[in-house]
Design a protein around this ligand. Structure first.
Ligand SMILES: [Zn+2]
Length: 305
């Protein structure tokens, strides 16, 4: 394996992000880019990218594949969820980035320029982060290339697919939104949770990667068809006003009715618990599994049904 490095200038320091780029010799085809570790502690997605990179064979590929297993190296080494620890910013809200900005903004700018802009498709692999339970799903953004992004999402084979409206901006500054803005079909694929490196979640990612490569004509073999996922036209992210002890009473992947109790946020001792109710019927796709929530802290992502 010929490992390359993307050197990112952080001003007083630099990062060297390892990646592979395999030019297929079996024929012409698209340039598929797979990135993982935008959140550095979502290990199942990183493991899948590493394993898939190791199984790529130039003589079997028609087109080009780039794989970047750990984009957010500072978070990976620091075991730091959600953010780039150097500036405390969420990298997946920092795209397209700024080459003269803070660490996350510089990293985002380098990734946009080197990995996203030159791609024909982008797969960004994620999982529930260290304090997050998660039901496997894929996400794509409303855009002129949304239909092609949806094909990638369906081909990835996870049980839920969320289409994010352009007006909603729940996760603005994400890789998939920036790619969509550049006319590049992109999905965010989520499998795994809570920092656990479990085989089944890694295999779900690997199955999706292999199948998307076949769908695009990059890799040989029959395309796998999966049961139709539940498709959601929108989702809401529920937050707590006050800090407290978060106690969810629902599981990821289980449908809830409008008005249903989702959980409570209470003081550590004494006081009144605040009940959190579903604003509409839906399915919790991720739930904060840590009880420690701070003001405006994220509790859950509820995909509407
Ligand atoms: Zn993530």
């Amino acid at each position: 394996m010929h490992v390359r490095e993307l050197v990112v200038d952080l001003g007083d320091d630099h990062l060297a992000i390892p990646y592979v780029r395999v030019q297929g010799t079996a024929g012409d085809g698209p340039h598929l880019t797979v990135i993982a570790g935008v959140h550095g502690t979502e290990y199942t997605s990183i493991a899948a990218a590493r394993a898939w990179a190791a199984e790529l064979r130039a003589d079997e590929l028609s087109g080009q594949v780039t794989v970047v297993p750990v984009v957010n190296l500072p978070a990976f080494w620091a075991r730091s969820p959600f953010v780039v620890p150097l500036d405390g910013k969420n990298l997946n809200r920092s795209f397209p980035g700024d080459a003269d900005g803070s660490a996350a903004e510089r990293l985002a700018a380098a990734v946009t320029e080197t990995f996203i802009a030159g791609s024909d498709q982008l797969l960004d692999l994620h999982a529930g982060d260290l304090p997050e339970a998660l039901e496997p799903f894929t996400l794509y953004d409303e855009s002129p290339v949304a239909d092609r992004a949806r094909e990638l999402a369906l081909g990835y084979g996870l049980g839920h697919v969320v289409r994010q409206a352009a007006s909603q901006k729940t996760v603005g500054g994400s890789t998939s939104a920036v790619a969509a803005g550049l006319g590049i079909p992109a999905i965010t694929a989520e499998s795994g949770q809570c920092g656990i490196l479990d085989r089944a979640s890694v295999d779900r990612h690997l199955r999706g990667l292999r199948n998307v490569a076949r769908i695009l004509g990059l890799a040989p073999g029959d395309v796998e068809t999966f049961p139709a996922p539940v498709e959601h036209d929108s989702w809401v992210w529920l937050r707590t006003e006050a800090a407290g002890w978060w106690q969810p009473v629902v599981e990821t992947g289980e449908g809830v009715a409008e008005g249903a109790l989702l959980g409570t946020v209470a003081p550590i001792l004494g006081g009144e618990a605040t009940e959190i109710h579903a604003p509409a019927a839906g399915v919790p796709l991720f739930v904060t599994s840590s009880p420690a929530v701070t003001p405006d802290g994220l509790l859950m992502g509820l995909a509407l049904t």
